[in-house]
Design a protein around this ligand. Structure first.
Ligand code: HEC
Length: 101
């Protein structure tokens, strides 16, 4: 009878991982911690940022979750803390794209 239990368990895992496995809130937290020193991560008033704002990144033509997350998986001279792990990269990408109007 054991195999009967596997189906629902897998299903639950799958549903628990919904929304493409991305967690926008986790992405926001990571962004506040490791990106906000250089990038404006939202439209709230604040001092001018050194780098392009996340809203501007999200608005770029052709920008997508996939492009963003692969960017975050590559080492980048101007940005310390990259590459990040794949889950974090997907979450941050989802957060950035959620800023798109
Ligand atoms: C030390 C400052 C610094 C930090 C911290 C930083 N960035 Fe950047 N970022 C930059 C600069 C400067 C550029 C533009 C020049 C470049 O691409 O090298 C940039 C460019 C980018 C781009 C490319 C935008 C384009 O033009 O397509 C993305 C995406 C990006 N950053 C995301 C992030 C994310 C996500 C984080 C947090 C995990 C982060 N950055 C943290 C300085 C930083």
């Amino acid at each position: 009878m054991r195999h009967c239990l596997i189906g629902p368990a897998v299903l639950t895992l799958f549903i628990g991982n919904s929304a493409l496995g991305q967690d926008v809130d986790n992405g926001r937290q990571i962004a506040e911690r490791s990106c906000a020193t250089c990038h404006r991560i939202d439209m709230s008033a604040g001092k001018a940022s050194r780098a392009i704002t996340f809203t501007a990144i999200a608005a770029k033509p052709g920008m997508s979750d996939d492009i963003l997350s692969s960017f975050l998986l590559m080492p980048h001279v101007t940005m310390p803390g990259l590459p990040m792990n794949q889950n974090d990269a997907r979450d941050v990408a989802a957060f950035v794209m959620s800023l798109k109007k």
